[in-house]
Design a protein around this ligand. Structure first.
Ligand code: NDP
Length: 338
């Protein structure tokens, strides 16, 4: 028997696919939102054993008014992962800020249509906690907020700053709704940092990998032979840990009204290269020479123990995460070119 139906928004995404599978594995039914029916059919065709507990609703653009009014019907829980997760916007508002913020507003107002809903989990980000270009020295914890305003984000010229703002402002929208509307359901937010894991979502080509996985694959595929650029927030987490956090946030009373930072560890990109070098000798020709690898500089301070204490998340090690991701992409590449 199903433990209840979870609406997973943007189910065709990288983290949403892991999250939906974690809910299905835990005994829930899943209703995924996708932009088209064909995308939903493609998604479930990859996981045929779950078909009996899968359904979908088409939400072509979540920024449209009442976008989720039908989708929420029959659902007991919601995991809201859909959000533009890229840094290549043409227009700060229409491509990033409006879908992230109005998508969240539309989802939350739709919950009025379904009294069965008990818990809504919003997938936020480390980006909603810090703005690394101005706060590099802070110890990162859940109580901090990226202070950017809508007006600053609207006119920002750094694409990453706008993405980060979209997450902070959408998460604020979530908590403001709870504060002002006092819904019958309770809410939690999950704030992962850069997330990596085997890409399980439907992909027509490796050029369609999501942004974080593409960064790791680019390292293995020869883009950074003369050295990997530094990253703004040098921290990682495995998507399988993020997925489990969503399930636990739905299940545990302790998660009511709580925000969780998910960081598995600090890294320099050269550590990813080191794992690829040792575990995938056939890729060595794509990597910077190992004697150029830099270690150290792990100055980023954080505390992500609340998710361990309250949600029971035991973070996956960097070595496992990188090796699993690369081997699954190599298998996928073989399949796509077969
Ligand atoms: P993906 O790009 O893989 O997934 C994003 C999903 O959102 C896709 O299903 C996409 O649909 C959907 N979506 C985007 N815009 C709209 C829209 N306007 N209307 C309807 N659906 C839309 O991203 P990730 O899996 O990487 O990210 C998932 C969530 O996790 C996001 O909220 C992201 O901000 C957050 N996150 C990601 C991190 C990471 O390192 N990957 C780190 C921290 C947080 P379609 O593909 O059809 O466009």
């Amino acid at each position: 028997m199903s433990r209840g139906t979870v609406l997973v928004t943007g189910i065709t995404g990288f983290i949403a696919t892991h999250t939906a599978l974690a809910f299905l594995d835990a005994g829930y039914s899943v209703k995924g939102t996708t932009r088209t029916a064909a995308k939903a059919e493609d998604w479930i065709s990859r996981f045929p054993t779950h078909r009996a507990r899968f359904q979908y609703a088409v939400v072509a653009d979540m920024a449209t008014c009442n976008a989720f009014d039908e989708a929420v019907k029959g659902c007991d829980f919601i995991a809201h992962l859909a959000s533009p997760a890229h840094w290549n916007q043409n227009d700060n508002e229409t491509d990033l800020l409006i879908p992230a913020i109005n998508g969240t507003k539309n989802l939350l107002s739709a919950t009025k249509n379904e009294p069965r809903i008990k818990r809504v989990v919003f997938t936020s980000s480390l980006a909603a906690i810090i703005e690394p270009t101005v706060e590099a020295a802070k110890t990162v914890v859940e109580t901090e907020w990226n202070p950017i305003t809508y007006e600053q984000a609207k006119f920002a010229t750094n694409a990453a700053v706008v993405y980060r703002a979209s997450k902070a402002l959408a998460e604020r929208t979530f908590w403001d709704y709870i504060e002002n509307e006092k819904p019958a359901w309770t809410g939690s937010t999950i704030c992962p940092c850069g997330t990596f894991a085997p890409p399980l979502q439907p992909l027509a080509s490796l050029s369609a990998l999501n942004v974080s996985t593409a960064f790791l694959w680019d390292m293995a595929n020869g883009k950074y032979k003369s050295g990997v650029p530094t990253v703004g927030s040098p921290v990682y987490v495995d998507a399988r840990d993020v997925a489990l956090a969503h399930v636990r946030a739905v299940e545990r009373d302790a998660a009511k009204g709580q925000r969780y930072l998910l960081i598995g560890g600090v890294y320099v990109p050269d550590q990813f290269i080191d794992v690829i070098h040792r575990r995938f000798p056939e890729l060595r020709g794509n990597l910077p020479p190992v004697d150029l690898l830099k270690v150290g500089q792990l100055g980023f301070k954080y505390n992500s123990s609340k998710a361990t204490e309250e949600l029971g998340i035991q973070y996956t090690a960097l070595e496992t995460m990188v090796a699993d991701t690369i081997s699954s992409i190599l298998a996928l590449r073989k399949q796509l070119t077969a």
